[in-house]
Design a protein around this ligand. Structure first.
Ligand SMILES: *Cc1c(COP(=O)(O)O)cnc(C)c1O
Length: 383
């Protein structure tokens, strides 16, 4: 695609890299000349730094956010015959990890205002087989962790927080990833704390779980060549750890920049007819991995492409502004979950929202001028 000089991408990783390029290249060259590429002090150092940032005693780094979710479920001994309640409106990973351990994902509808779980429906979905809840702090907003922890406690369920999009977010002053039994982070490049490749981590205050997850990420080895479990190979590279150590030091600054941008979107878009802007619960402080609006104007067709959102998106694209649809299809209606027997119309909020959402450009370096261009192009389309 040819982009004009003034075109605005949904996110731009090169600008951020430029601000820390020297630090990163020094660190990377240091790793290359060290000869220690897997494990070692850089990985352990990063684990300690992330644990202390999140406010937990234990952190185990691994290869991706998806693996982090898998390791958490395995360590909690969730498996065949078990049910895990999670959201249908997210990236696929949480559901996928549940299926990968042999358990069944149970999808409940979301709250249209926050895009997060509808907690009443979580409570209603609990059965004898329910073992865990995976709240996903979507787009950087914390779930209602007070409600979720209360439900979990009264039914003795484990809570695995999917923090992939929410590094640094908090709920009532407590960082996400420190509230449930395990927190799962992704360092995929587009996340708020993103590496230069794949990466992930789990956080917990439970040393037994941490020991198990450490073992499972390395072939179930308790010590070298002594295998106590069937594990996986899921380690964080020293190169990524070195880069992430640097980026973690900037995370609060970058998250603050995202908050400023989101406040400005709020200020300039909240009164525009046809747009519903995302809401933050008062107890939470989000980190805006995405700024996702809903376009509820015009005719929408169920399952079709002829909805006003797609038209607006293409019109904005013609004006040089790229936006993204997270997510175009709810997980309970994915082909692979056909056998679970969900019907169209069963989780109506999630289904509807997939046709309405549009994520506007959001990255810490987005300038005021660029943001104005985004807003003008959007308002033009709605006029
Ligand atoms: C990115 C993401 C994941 C998966 O992380 P990977 O590192 O890509 O495996 C899981 N959950 C959510 C909500 C995500 O956005």
């Amino acid at each position: 695609m040819v982009q004009s000089v003034n075109s605005i991408p949904p996110l731009d990783l090169t600008q951020q890299y430029a601000t820390i390029a020297t630090e990163i290249s020094d660190a990377v060259l240091g790793v290359l000349s060290s000869g220690r590429y897997i494990g070692g002090p850089l990985v352990e150092g990063f684990e300690q730094q992330l644990a202390s940032y999140v406010g937990v005693s234990e952190c185990v780094a691994c290869n991706s956010g998806t693996d982090a979710l898998y390791l958490a479920l395995r360590a909690l001994k969730v498996g065949a015959g078990d049910e895990v309640i999670t959201t249908p409106f997210s990236f696929f990973s949480a559901a996928e990890a549940v299926s990968a351990v042999g358990a069944t994902p149970v999808f409940v509808d979301i709250d249209a205002r926050t895009f997060n779980l509808n907690v009443e429906q979580v409570a209603a979905a609990i059965t004898d087989r329910t073992r865990a809840i995976i709240p996903v702090h979507l787009f950087g907003q914390s779930e209602d962790m007070t409600a979720i922890m209360a439900i979990a406690q009264s039914h003795q369920l484990a809570v695995i927080e999917d923090c992939a999009q929410s590094a640094g977010a908090n709920w009532m002053g407590q960082k996400v990833g420190s509230i449930g039994h395990v927190g799962c982070f992704s360092f995929y490049p587009t996340k708020n704390l993103g590496g230069c490749g794949d990466g992930g981590a789990v956080t917990t205050n439970d040393p037994t779980l941490a020991t198990m997850m450490r073992m499972l990420r390395q072939h179930g080895e308790q010590e070298r060549y002594l295998h106590k479990e069937i594990g996986i190979n899921s380690r964080l590279d020293a190169l990524q750890a070195a880069i992430l150590q640097i980026k973690l030091r900037y995370l609060d600054i970058w998250n603050e920049q995202r908050r400023t941008i989101s406040a400005r979107y709020y200020q300039l878009l909240s009164h525009v007819p046809g747009i519903v802007i995302p809401q933050e619960l008062a107890e939470g402080e989000g980190v805006w991995n995405q700024y996702t609006i809903r376009l509820c104007k015009g005719t929408q067709t169920n399952g079709g492409t002829a909805c006003s959102r797609d038209w607006v998106r293409s019109q904005m694209q013609e004006r040089g502004v790229s936006s993204t649809v997270y997510y175009p299809r709810p997980i309970h209606l994915q082909p692979v979950y056909q056998d679970l027997g969900y019907r169209l119309g069963q989780l109506p909020v999630a289904e509807q929202i997939c046709h309405e959402v549009l994520s506007l450009p959001m990255f810490p370096e987005l300038s005021t001028e660029q943001q104005d261009q985004v807003i003008h192009s959007l308002k033009d389309c709605l006029a």
